[in-house]
Design a binder for this molecule. Structure first.
Ligand SMILES: Cc1cc2nc3c(=O)[nH]c(=O)nc-3n(C[C@H](O)[C@H](O)[C@H](O)COP(=O)(O)O)c2cc1C
Length: 311
């Protein structure tokens, strides 16, 4: 029997596909829809301490090969997502869900993580390091000094399962430097990748989103090669206790297969879910299973990380 079951941080999931943070996860209604679909689990919209309205619209645009967005982290605030997850722990004790979060400053990040630590939340926390932190500085994960400082401070008090969401890196030295930092900490996973930052899409003579004069994060087909490279680069460099979640450019079962071949233990779907709705999970799962059957693979372990090189 072919199965797409997987494990992250020791927790079991019936399917290795789930939503990517920011898509179909802003409200409880959207999260319920993902939960009740063929997805193995869900992750919430990245929560800040308080409600945020986000940027003015239009702030998301589907484009032929993907999407561009500058959402500005709209979300309902930590308590909204944490309260729902705590309820789910009672009603669905056999399933595990992901809470995504980040503060608008290092102090806020610690306040949020301390709140989660002090709560009864037993699920998995994803700290979004691909977010702006201090004005005038790059997003956290592009600033290795800040990344290391935050991780060392966080692991002084945070003992629940924790992983990080990363932006794409584009330089081999950056893969080496980032992995050397992550390997020092008891991270359960890294999630590669967030959108490719600050692209520009033009229609006729105009940009297509309002914020930042049209600059926005790119998702979808455009980013699969970059996403696969990041998944595989970290798979090669991280200690085996740190698993990889693959995100970026997953439209088909073949795309999910490639992420797993590069080393992913879980695969997230963003832009395609936005375009197609939760039925995408059933379709992509069926396509992935068909590829596995054709190749004689019964489980993800049979091919995870087994990307072949040319001698
Ligand atoms: C509308 C939108 C909102 C997003 N919001 C978040 C977010 O809150 N937190 C996060 O970690 N990533 C966020 N992302 C990035 C996605 O989780 C994902 O990493 C990225 O879109 C690449 O995957 P894709 O090619 O499947 O779209 C967002 C993406 C989109 C399109």
């Amino acid at each position: 029997m072919t199965t797409t079951k997987t494990k992250i941080a020791g927790f079991d999931f019936d399917n290795c596909l789930m939503n990517a943070a920011g898509v179909a996860c802003m409200t409880v209604e959207e999260l319920e829809e993902v939960k009740n679909s063929a997805a193995g689990t869900f992750v919430t919209k990245t929560a800040t301490l308080d409600f945020r309205q986000g940027n003015p619209e239009p702030r998301y645009q589907d484009v032929p090969l993907g999407s561009i967005n500058s959402m500005g982290l709209p979300n309902n605030g930590l308590d909204y997502y944490l309260d729902y997850l705590l309820e789910l722990q009672e009603s669905e004790p056999n399933r595990t869900f992901f809470l995504s979060l980040v503060g608008m400053s290092p102090e806020e990040t610690h306040t949020i993580l301390q709140k989660v630590q002090a709560s009864d939340f037993k699920g998995i926390t994803e700290l979004n390091l691909s977010c702006p932190n201090v004005p005038g500085k790059p997003q956290i994960a592009y600033d290795f000094e800040t990344t290391e400082k935050i991780l060392s401070e966080v692991f002084a008090y945070f003992t629940n399962p924790l992983g990080i969401k990363l932006p794409p890196y584009f330089d081999i030295v950056h893969f080496d430097q980032a992995a050397a930092i992550f390997n020092k900490y008891p991270l359960k996973f890294v999630n590669c990748v967030n959108s490719i930052g600050n692209g520009l899409y033009i229609k006729d003579e105009s940009v297509v989103i309002r914020p930042k004069n049209g600059f926005g994060g790119i998702g979808g087909q455009y980013i699969k090669p970059t996403a696969l490279a990041n998944v595989h680069a970290f798979y090669q460099r991280l200690k085996p206790e740190i698993q990889i979640i693959g995100t970026g450019g997953v439209l088909t079962g073949r795309d999910a297969f490639e992420h797993i071949l590069c080393g992913a233990s879980m695969v997230q779907v963003g832009t395609t879910l936005h375009k197609e709705g939760v039925v995408a999970f059933e379709r992509i799962t069926a396509e992935l299973k068909a590829i596995m059957e054709e190749k004689g693979y019964e489980s993800l372990e049979d091919f995870r990380g087994k990307l072949k090189y040319i001698d």
